[in-house]
Write a protein that binds this ligand. Structure first.
Ligand code: G1P
Ligand code: ZN
Length: 544
């Protein structure tokens, strides 16, 4: 017999979900009632789950399995009809988005703190995605947040754990729990988008690749798709077995955290192609033999060459990039004569444009690229689109990028992060900047003169919503730009992100060191924002 307990609780004030749901220290999520309060707030915020069908899965980090048991018992206690759960509690974020869409569900709960480390002393996260498969809209997020502040009770079924390892159907109270293979539906979707025979022929011809799954969720997806379906030799996928603490690593696919892969790619006899993905499988890093491709450049290249893939052979409806992402994609869109949208940071802003059919591809400077096939960014998808283009053109990554820069110019780009800054100091820096935006145009900083200075706000062209305070952008007369923004995903202190960009159109200047090419912008950024005087920091903690 199972029974529903109604448990009295206190509001959990201040738990505002960020761009990717709620992220906290794992121990915070493990505190008595914390997870339960947040799950009940989600259920209440979306208008209850009675009779609804939800997808549930996560990136396998520490506490993933326990949290799923709690979510299932609460979903059952709140009257949900069915939960579709990835076997072992595993679902990559894009695979969850696909399942939500494919099965026509009422949304899903994804357990992940993305690229943040996992473990009892690291990070955990939970987010709700809507029926379109994408992150909750601003309106829904606000409702969930409002519930966290007024919640007084939650509902919990008294029951045994569900068996997450057994494929097929079981029941929890009156709710069906359906355990599905986390990989097969996703792999099938990929096979429908790309020219698998051409990619298979590429590998059969001796093309070499290394995909670093970083001990995170993409291991099983990459092994099935690259090694089994596309015939890449065993050993192509590195660190392919997911572990709760990601092998004690930091599953963020960038040149810092995926350095071993980048080093391998820079070696003389390195593989032809390298790629990596993050904790929950939505980010990607692309590296060619001897060349690192910035996410902004990758988005631009994919836009320019997408028609090589069957799914995009008819051309792109448009492209969208987050505001801090470089303007490289804009230059491609202009040439293709398609629309280009600039949105606030966070994938949810792309969802409306994708749903409305206004854009086909979208991307962020933070290693996120995706298309209208799901409503999340998608790491393995990006790698497959690159492979499809490499197979179709027969060119190397370096040759493709070189041709691209010669055609469109090169947007040198880098992001400097100042981490764990005291919140007051970070806010003071932004307030001071905001206060002097009006006087910046016309001022010179070394060789650079400010052309425009504003704080980015976005009016969603689809639902009409307005998002203010989305970052401060300063444009220079030569096409360069610096953007200042505070991170919305950190779990301690504040992170100041400084996004730097310089446009180069001289064909002879396409192979400079990016930090050197950006040095005038870097100097101007500090002069304008007073980073050192406000924070005491003399150098960024992370440069990507
Ligand atoms: C970061 C990235 C942003 C991305 C988000 C979720 O957010 O900058 O592009 O959408 O993670 O993966 P931030 O910490 O900058 O708010
Ligand atoms: Zn992620």
């Amino acid at each position: 017999m199972t029974s529903v307990n109604v448990i009295q609780t206190q509001p959990i004030d201040g738990q505002k979900p960020g761009t990717s749901g709620l992220r906290k220290k794992t121990r915070t999520f493990m505190e008595p009632h914390f997870l339960e309060n947040y799950v009940q707030s989600i259920f209440d915020g979306i208008g209850g789950v009675a009779g609804k069908v939800l997808v549930v899965g996560g990136d396998g980090r520490y506490f993933n399995d326990r949290a799923i048991q709690v979510i299932l018992r609460m979903a059952a206690a709140n009257g949900a009809a069915r939960c579709i759960v990835g076997q072992g509690g595993i679902l990559s974020t894009p695979a969850a988005s696909n399942l939500i869409r494919k099965r026509g569900t009422d949304g899903g709960l994804i357990l992940s703190a993305s690229h943040n480390p996992g473990g009892i002393d690291a990070d955990f996260g939970l987010k709700y995605n809507g029926p379109n498969g994408g992150p909750a809209s601003e309106g829904v997020t606000d409702k969930i947040f409002a519930r966290t502040k007024e919640i007084t009770e939650y509902r919990m079924l008294e029951a045994h754990d569900a068996d997450l390892s057994a494929l097929g159907e079981q029941t929890l109270g009156a709710m069906a729990v359906e355990i599905v293979d986390p990989v097969s539906d996703y792999a099938e979707l990929m096979e429908s988008l790309f020219d698998f025979p051409a990619i298979k022929a590429l590998f059969a011809g001796g093309f070499t690749m290394r995909f670093d799954a970083m001990h995170a969720v993409t291991g099983p997806y990459a092994t099935e798709i690259f090694e089994r379906r596309l015939g890449a030799p065993a050993g192509t996928v590195l660190n392919g077995v997911p572990s709760p603490d990601f092998g004690q690593g930091h599953p963020d696919p960038n040149p810092i955290w995926a350095k071993p892969l980048v080093d391998m790619m820079m070696a003389k006899d390195g593989p032809d192609f390298g790629a990596a993905s993050d904790g929950d499988g939505d980010r990607n890093m692309i590296v060619g033999k001897g060349i690192y491709v910035t996410p902004s450049d990758s988005l631009a290249l994919l836009c320019a060459q997408a028609t090589h893939a069957p799914a995009y052979a008819g051309g792109l409806a448009g492209v969208a990039r987050s505001m801090p992402t470089s303007g490289a994609a804009d230059r491609v869109a202009e040439k293709l004569g398609i629309a280009c949208y600039e949105t606030p940071t966070g994938w949810k802003f792309f969802g409306n444009l994708l749903d409305a059919g206004r854009v086909t591809l979208c991307g962020e400077e933070s290693a996120g690229t995706g298309s209208d096939h799901v409503r999340e960014k998608d790491g393995v998808w990006a790698v497959l689109l690159w492979l499809n283009i490499l197979a179709a053109t027969g060119k190397s990554v370096a040759a493709l990028m070189d041709d691209h820069w010669q055609t469109y110019g090169r947007n040198y780009y880098s992001r400097h992060d100042y981490e764990d800054v005291e919140a007051e100091k970070a806010n003071a820096l932004v307030d001071a900047l905001r206060g002097k935006l009006g006087e910046l145009p016309g001022q010179s900083f070394g060789p650079l003169t400010v052309a425009t200075a504003d704080e980015f706000a976005y009016d969603d062209p689809v639902d009409g919503s307005h998002s203010a305070g989305q970052g401060i952008r300063i444009g220079f007369t030569d096409g360069g730009r610096v953007v200042f923004r505070l991170s919305g995903t950190g779990t301690v202190g504040a992170t100041i992100r400084v996004y730097l960009e310089a446009l180069e159109t001289d064909p002879a200047q396409m192979h400079r060191d990016p930090q050197e090419a950006l040095s005038p912008i870097i100097a101007a950024a500090d002069a304008i924002a007073g980073i050192t005087s406000h924070t005491g920091r003399t150098a960024p903690d992370v440069i990507t």
